[in-house]
Write a protein that binds this ligand. Structure first.
Ligand code: ZN
Length: 211
């Protein structure tokens, strides 16, 4: 298993070779503390971290009503919208990374599939319509308790404009966007994989331990 420095200076370890390579990126940094709950949402009493009977890890537990609060990672869906070989990116109007370019995406809502979430986010942020969505990559952002699913999709036409959360929306040549500083590493890793092989037929997998 080889190891090399990525474009950003992160250590990139190739865990598995082949078309669906798994890359592990990390740099020594203390992980952020997970979400700390203080009060029970049911009765308002104080919560404590403790291991419930029959469990094997600490949970936020209400001292008064006994309710146990389980935390799970959140799901983010993004899309690589393509139009005649170019990729649609948005420049963020909101934090984090305001002013930086990124792929259209956001949190998955309840009651929708991953594909539905990805095309909804594309439309909300760029007013572009995408079709033929295919899952392209997944990134596990361990330090943020996030899992990101990235789709590739074809734009139905060249129509787009900036949504509320964007300052600007534009089509980029692949060579151009690979030279840019993007808002999120998870987006860049997916775009780099897409630039190498847009139709690999498999799903790229990234583990990210820090921003
Ligand atoms: Zn309670």
């Amino acid at each position: 298993m080889g190891s090399k420095n990525g474009r950003c200076g992160f250590q990139c370890e190739l865990l598995k070779t082949g078309p669906f390579a798994i890359l592990r990126w990390e740099k020594n940094q203390k992980h952020k503390e997970p979400f700390q709950m203080k009060h029970c949402s049911e009765c308002g009493s104080r919560t404590l971290k403790k291991i419930p009977e029959g469990d094997n890890r600490e949970r936020d537990t209400c001292e008064s009503c006994g309710r146990i609060f389980y935390q799970s990672s959140k799901i983010v869906v993004v899309c690589i919208p393509e139009w005649q070989g170019r990729i649609l990116l948005c420049r963020r109007a909101i934090e984090p990374r305001r002013g930086h370019w990124c792929l259209p995406g956001g949190y998955l809502e309840t009651g929708e599939t991953l594909e539905e979430g990805a095309s909804r986010e594309v439309y909300e942020e760029t007013f572009a319509s995408v079709e033929n969505l295919k899952l392209f990559s997944k990134a596990e952002l361990i330090h943020l308790n996030l899992v990101m699913f990235c789709f590739q999709g074809k734009m139905k036409n060249a129509s787009f404009q900036a949504g509320q959360e964007c300052l600007e929306v534009r089509l980029f040549e692949m060579s151009e966007l690979l030279e840019m500083e993007l808002a999120f590493n998870a987006h860049r890793f997916s775009l780099e994989a897409y630039a190498r092989e847009p139709d690999s037929g498999g799903i790229h997998s990234f583990r990210i331990d820090q921003d």
